[in-house]
Design a protein around this ligand. Sequence first.
Ligand SMILES: [Zn+2]
Ligand SMILES: [Zn+2]
Length: 381
Amino acid sequence: MPDRQYMRETYEALHRHPELSEAEFWTAEYVARELDLLGFEVRINVGGTGVVGILQFPRPGRVLALRCDMDALPVQEETGVAYASLNSGVMHACGHDSHMAMVLGTCSYAARNKERLAGTLLAIFQPAEENVVGAKAMLEQGIFSTLKPDRIVGIHNWPTLPAGSVGLQEGPITAYADRFKVVFSGEGGHGAFPHRTTDPIAMATAGIQHAFALAQRGADTRFPQTLSFGVIRGGTSFNVIPRQVVVEGTVRTIRTEDQERMIKQLHQAFKAGAHLYGGEYSLEYQKGVPAVINDALCAEELARFFAASMPEVPVVSQGLASLIGEDMAYFLQEVPGVLLLIGSGQEGCVNELHHARFLVPERTLETGHRALTSIVEGYLS
Ligand SMILES: [Zn+2]
Ligand SMILES: [Zn+2]
């Protein structure tokens, strides 16, 4: 594979220089330079530090967009590899470096085969995926206003799939990832005289129990959904009943009807908890990133391309949905496409995204390149 060495070097260079969400400056410059060298028309500063490369082929045809993400995480790397992060406390622990390497490797392939292909290839390097603001920012800046793709394919490495395989599933693949904050308020006082207080700690514990019960009993069990609390804050001393308790959590669903039901039930649960002890509650609910819904027709097309061009690569097509949030969802609301998972699990290694010892195996780059070039051939030849 002529792009193997190029992808390896790209991956290692990007791995050495991880940058946090919305600050992918070095990365953007690197990517823009590579695209330019490959003969792409390059747009920079799209939605912050985003970069878009455009390659027009000689004959007219479809517009295919490939999307990868650019940001790293506030993790201190512990892999000990020669190309480990040079930026203290920052690491490509989600493998976005490998995504950029795979897309650049595919751009290199497309540039080499330019005369033979038709239509347009759009390579999207999206900033700020981890805090899920990058895709929206690129869309708000009109990334598709002059050139709207017919199809979009995003990639993410997936450690629960073995390296050498890919995951391609139609329908929901990630969740609506929402957050909420509820404040229980009452009248504080001495811990010895609870009868003279309206106790927000009692309200919060009751509210949380009701919320868990309602979320579980109200859920249509055919559709994945969950409720978790991550913060309980209140009080300053063991013998003082506070006036307020703040509780924060997240709701994950794959259907808007479940999302709406959860919001309603959180209100019911917190209201019941507060009123049981004579106090009040206020709930702030923030809808987050929507679910990634893979287009059925597009998934079918890709499955056909893969069967024809890489029949020996296993394609996993079920059991892939998870309740994480991914802002590829915003692109998929505009253009039919899929989030394609590239297996990155390997025996004897840390197979956990966001882990200080997580690395993407060599084989993942190769399989990703094969899958992406087969998509380029499928749509643009
Ligand atoms: Zn991540
Ligand atoms: Zn990621």
